[in-house]
Design a protein around this ligand. Structure first.
Ligand code: DX5
Ligand code: ZN
Length: 218
């Protein structure tokens, strides 16, 4: 299992996004987690492909993951690919034709992530794991940063890791150096941390702290 840490920029200073993102990458992050919310699939509204496109011109080398908390994920595949997204992570609950959407994302040249909300059983995503590059297990109800980590999501990760030893398993929501150890023990290797990084005075130290705790736990 290879560890990958991608801070969420949702709670950073969005009026100064490019500089914040560059600072996060210079602080040792492996990728940037971009939370795209449409105010329909989740009760919040953030940004779309025009912002991502501008960000890409300022940050040409970083890996971008778009976490698509939107009701029609198929609608934004090409605009996000054109904007420079590398991994398109959509929610299983938001679409009926998973296979077609996965194909569309791959044809647009992006990696595929499939996410499930806390109330969605892990059994619902099992049949699609072999089609995608990553499975996202939400550890908060999607929509806002700074929420409390849901420890009771760990059994989903344990089960997934037992069935799929090599797939990338991502956790997102309330993750910090306090609880990243239990994520690692359950089998998660792709870690999104928002407030724990963007709210930290010393971002390099915060990211190193996450990495050290993960390595200690596996
Ligand atoms: C919530 C988002 C998360 C969130 C993470 O819906 O998908 O990426 O911004 O932020 P923290 O780590 O503060 O919960
Ligand atoms: Zn997210």
């Amino acid at each position: 299992m290879k560890l990958s840490i991608g801070p969420s920029i949702l709670n950073s200073d969005l009026s100064n996004l490019a500089q914040e993102c560059q600072e996060i990458m210079d602080s040792g992050a492996d990728f940037l987690h971009l939370d795209v919310m449409d105010g329909h699939f989740v009760p919040n509204l953030t940004f779309g492909h025009p912002v991502v496109k501008c960000l890409r011109t300022k940050i040409p080398d970083a890996m971008f993951e778009a976490h698509m908390m939107v009701s029609h994920p198929e609608k934004w595949v090409q605009p996000m690919a054109d904007a420079g997204v590398n991994r398109y992570t959509f929610h299983l609950e938001a679409t009926n034709d998973i296979e077609a959407l996965v194909r569309k994302i791959q044809e647009a040249g992006m990696k595929v992530g499939i996410g499930i909300k806390p109330n969605t059983p892990v059994d619902d995503v099992i049949q699609y794991v072999d089609l995608c590059d990553l499975v996202l297990i939400m550890t908060v109800e999607p929509g806002f940063g700074g929420q409390k980590f849901m420890q009771n999501m760990m059994p989903k990760i344990k089960f997934l890791r037992s069935q799929f030893p090599n797939v990338d398993i991502e956790v997102d929501g309330g993750v910090s150096h306090i609880n990243i150890g239990c994520c690692a023990q359950a089998g998660a290797n792709v870690i999104v941390a928002g407030t724990a990084v963007t709210g930290a005075k010393n971002k390099p130290e915060a990211i190193k702290g996450l990495r050290d705790e993960w390595n200690k736990a596996i």
